[in-house]
Design a protein around this ligand. Structure first.
Ligand code: PLP
Length: 453
């Protein structure tokens, strides 16, 4: 039973026996998974393919990232061509043209014409920690080195590096690990009393942003470097910002000279029906963190977009100080040639197929389908915005997360990949999804829920 389905018998350099055991899977119930593994071996469009050849409809765009659908030929061809040309180039002291092309394109498409530089990373977690460092470096360059405090938010997810878990607000990701000093948190915006079963943005809750004024009064606004939020909190269950909330955060940050960072690792590249959430909400942050959909996930990549004036401040400071390197930070693989090739091809696909507009057009269909669960006896809340949605299930008493896993496992066996975060169903299909795909996804969820709950 330990043999990995469909894997080579023996083979490989050392011909080690092929079992599931040596792989320590991230954010996974390993003991349960290894009793009944769920594996995929191929992908195309809206579907994965199992090693046995079965089709699995993807309701999650992989992990909120394959926005243009799987195995897009233009993207895979671009990667193959780039790999044949040049395996690797660093961007420390020398670089390659595709990195500059991509920085040009990203800044050109960035919200409100307000961003003029891009810094490349390899993941969302790296983008977050890079953005936090850019914020601190900016204030130092601007003659305010005392601005070192970072403000995150309860139920925020900003990846798993030490910066990200410190500003993040998920207890299980934090309790075991040390944190950055000088961090505080805003309250999250999810309130069942006032917002249950909201369609799109809740009416109630803009005032929760005013808690930033309380933190300014508590710590001294001149000590605060940056506030980081996901415009829509994704991983903790699609928590949609109340109307006016993000605008209010922006106003308070402006009043006190605090940088506002939008973590758009999920919301970037069309998820809300526009290039970025900043555009959707009409709010311009100072830094935007990106990853996932930037390369359609075909090669790991991330980026930080910087608002006009941030890069310039670091250049001017280095000029005054007589320094050479302006920012002491970077990754060996940042701006990797294969990632840049994948991202450039991905941006072409988004544009040519007008996928962000397509997402905007399909969003009402997703909204109708998920809110059909509003009166389901096993459901405690339903939320949605753009092409993301969440359905909260009432957990099995004393066994949090087990109903969720059971639902995931049974849906997978029926040919639908559904992401469960604990007992919350999270939907974020590729932006190429058609009505019938979304209907199949929600029908399978309903049938399975009725079977087990
Ligand atoms: N920030 C946000 C908002 C995310 O949703 C994620 C991943 O889901 C991350 C950061 C971390 O990205 P990665 O897993 O690529 O490090």
């Amino acid at each position: 039973a330990d043999d990995m389905h469909g894997a080579n018998e023996g083979g490989g350099v050392h011909a080690a026996p092929n079992t599931l055991e040596p792989y320590w899977m991230p954010f996974t119930w390993n003991r349960r998974f290894k009793q009944a593994p769920k594996l995929v071996a191929g992908a195309d469009g809206m579907h994965y393919r199992t090693p046995e050849g079965g089709a699995v409809l993807d309701s999650m765009a992989g992990l909120w990232c394959v926005n243009a659908g799987h195995n897009r030929e233009r993207i895979t061809t671009a990667i193959q061509q780039a790999a044949a040309e040049m395996d690797y180039a660093a961007s420390f002291q020398y670089s390659h043209p595709a990195a500059f092309q991509l920085a040009n394109q990203l800044t050109a498409m960035a919200p409100h014409g307000a961003f003029d530089h891009a810094f490349f990373t390899n993941s969302g977690s790296e983008s977050v920690d890079s953005a936090l460092k850019i914020a601190l470096a900016y204030h130092r360059a601007n003659g305010e080195p005392q601005r070192r405090r970072l403000i995150g938010r309860e139920r925020g997810y900003h990846g798993v590096n030490f910066g990200g878990i410190s500003v993040g607000g998920i207890v299980n990701n934090r309790r075991t690990f040390t944190q950055l000093p000088d961090v505080d948190h805003l309250p999250h915006t999810h309130d069942l009393e006032h917002q249950a079963f909201s369609r799109g943005q809740p009416e109630w809750g803009a005032h929760l942003a005013d808690d930033l004024e309380r933190l300014c009064a508590l710590h001294g606004p001149e000590t605060i470097a940056a506030v980081i939020v996901e415009p829509v909190a994704g991983s903790t269950g699609v928590l949609v910002p109340p109307k006016g909330y993000l605008q209010r955060l922006r106003e308070i940050c402006d009043k006190h000279g605090i940088l506002l960072i939008f973590d758009e690792v999920i919301t970037g590249f069309g998820r809300l029906g526009s290039s970025f959430a900043a555009e959707h909400f009409g709010v311009t942050p100072d830094l935007i963190t990106l990853a996932k959909g930037i390369s359609n996930a075909a090669v790991p990549m991330g980026a930080v977009l910087c608002r006009q004036g941030i890069y310039d401040a670091l250049m001017a400071d280095a000029e005054r100080q007589g320094g050479t390197i302006e920012f002491f930070h970077g990754y060996t693989f940042g701006g990797h040639p294969l990632a840049c090739a994948a991202a450039l091809a991905t941006l072409e696909v988004y544009k040519e197929e007008d996928l962000f507009a397509r997402a905007a057009a399909m969003a009402p269909v997703l909204e109708e389908l998920v809110h059909a669960f509003d009166d389901h006896p096993r459901v405690s809340d339903v939320r949605n915005l753009g092409m993301m949605a969440a359905i909260d299930l009432k957990p099995w008493p004393g066994r949090p997360g087990e109903l969720g896993y059971e639902l995931f496992a049974r849906c997978f066996d029926k040919g639908v990949l559904v992401r469960l975060a604990g007992d919350t169903i999270e939907l974020s299909p590729p932006l190429i999804a058609e009505r019938h795909h979304l209907e199949t996804i929600t029908a399978t969820i309903r049938e399975t829920l009725d079977e087990i709950a």
